[in-house]
Design a protein around this ligand. Structure first.
Ligand code: SF4
Ligand code: SF4
Length: 162
């Protein structure tokens, strides 16, 4: 497992409006939809960032791309791994055991259900992990201009660490 300085989304929550624009942008970007298409198709979006407000406290549950990542350590089959400055997830091999979600100290991994085709040709629901990948899967590189959440935030709460 390669280790090193991983980049991550930094949040200055003192300016956060709890508008959830980042959540919406993340869900749309990874689903490959514009908002009109998602609404028309009643798409259930799966954002990899979530904003939680409790009274006056706002918390962003987004992956910190840990350098010594607990989620990578507990994954039984290497579906989570470190590469190119972030913690990546291979959803194809994920068996949905939820160990990573329990190990993450920041609640940054969610479990989602998707329809897959089984070996016998029938379809069934499978649970898989989901986490922020700094939009690497969309851009094939890590850059602030490519991160949907950073671009969507109206008060510029989010930025990409150096
Ligand atoms: S999912 Fe959690 S444990 Fe894994 S790298 Fe992100 S913040 Fe760290
Ligand atoms: S749910 Fe998937 S990614 Fe998470 S520990 Fe299990 S196999 Fe690894």
């Amino acid at each position: 497992m390669s280790k090193g300085k991983n980049r991550f989304i930094h949040a200055d929550l003192s300016r956060c409006l709890s508008c959830k624009s980042c959540e919406l942008a993340c869900g749309l970007a990874h689903a490959g939809y514009e908002i009109e298409g998602a609404a028309a198709g009643q798409m259930k979006l799966k954002p990899r960032v979530s904003v939680v407000q409790q009274g006056t406290t706002v918390v962003l549950t987004q992956c910190r791309q840990c350098e010594d990542a607990p989620c990578v350590k507990v994954c039984p089959n290497g579906s989570l791994y470190q590469e190119e400055g972030l913690v990546k997830l291979n959803r194809e091999t994920c068996i949905g055991c939820k160990l990573c979600a329990r190990a993450c100290p920041f609640g940054s991994i969610t479990m989602t259900t998707e329809m897959v085709e089984r070996a016998d040709g029938k379809k069934s629901n499978r649970t898989k992990a989901l986490k922020c990948d700094l939009c690497f899967s969309r851009n094939k590189e890590i850059k602030a201009e490519g991160c949907a959440c950073i671009q969507a935030c109206p008060t510029k709460v989010l930025s990409l660490s150096l």
